[in-house]
Design a protein around this ligand. Structure first.
Ligand code: KMH
Ligand code: ZN
Length: 275
């Protein structure tokens, strides 16, 4: 039964890799932070960030990442989520770079390997264990990234091994080529595999409209993610010109469905953010 007073977290992943109009894509610390501040003002309570250089490529150099967090923290208490993902030839330690900044409160933990177009996104079990241990050591709450249904039960194995413990949440990433497609049946199936009331959210890679996010909200999602990392589109052929525009549309959707948007403080409670 859906609680009519449910609060839904809007997460924003503001930096795209291949935004067709590069000038709208925030890359520099100042531009990213300004965009994040506006998104927070519009209702986003979490920001998902990779450690990138000025060309948008992932790097193990934390300089710009830390500067970005300096700017963000000057204006906002938005929850900071670091990414341990990325389709690059970085080592597992390099992919852990975001975990080295004490201000990172949650982090993505990719739960298995999957094709990304013609490439393979490699996340081996030993690597997943490594990141999970690092997050536990830093009191960073993992967000378990699920691209394929077989990745979901992996959490039980990690818990049995003592590598993963509460709190954590799930993020169902639909629409990646060639992971689970962004269709209603994917959400039905994934939610049917959840054997406890874990907080879960959805990311629609290459999103063309808000229908999958709306469906996820209806099915009980705690988090919906938007932003240029995943798509610039809010409707077929209609790109947003800023991340804020996408956040505002997500906020309007939540309100129009009769729910409320979680404040940062409420989001911290829902996700059990530890620091
Ligand atoms: N951009 C998403 C399709 C991560 O950063 O760990 C994948 C993602 C994973 O966000
Ligand atoms: Zn990411």
């Amino acid at each position: 039964m859906i609680n009519k007073h449910r609060k839904i977290i809007v997460s924003v992943a503001p930096v795209g890799r291949e935004v067709s109009t590069p000038s709208i894509n925030p890359i520099t610390p100042g531009h990213v932070a300004a965009e994040v501040a506006a998104c927070a003002e519009a209702g986003a309570s979490m920001v998902h960030l990779h450690v990138r250089d000025r060309r948008g490529n992932q790097t193990a150099d934390m300089t710009d990442f830390s500067r970005t967090l300096d700017h963000i923290r000057a204006t906002s208490d938005i929850i900071i989520q670091g990414s341990t993902g990325g389709l690059v030839d970085l080592t597992i330690e390099e992919r852990s770079t975001a975990l080295n900044d004490q201000r990172v409160q949650t982090a993505s933990l990719n739960m298995g390997s999957v094709n990304f177009g013609d490439e393979v996104y490699v996340n081996t079990m030993p690597d997943i264990r490594h990141w999970a241990r690092r997050m536990a050591a830093e009191k960073i709450v993992p967000e378990l990234e699920i691209f394929e249904a077989g990745m979901l039960p992996v959490y039980k194995q990690l818990m049995d091994e003592g590598v993963l413990s509460h709190p954590f949440s799930f993020n169902f990433i639909l629409g990646v080529e060639w992971g689970l497609p962004a269709v209603p049946n994917s959400l039905f199936f994934l939610t049917s595999l959840l054997d406890a009331p874990f907080p879960w959210g959805v990311t629609h890679a290459a999103m063309q409209d808000f229908s999958i996010l709306a469906m996820a909200i209806g099915l009980g999602a705690a988090v919906v993610r938007v932003g240029f990392e995943d798509s610039v589109f809010y409707a077929p052929g209609k790109p947003a010109s800023t991340n804020v525009e996408l956040v505002k549309r997500a906020v309007a959707l939540i309100h129009n469905m009769g729910f409320e948007v979680a404040t940062t403080e409420e989001a911290r409670v829902i996700l059990d953010v530890l620091k």
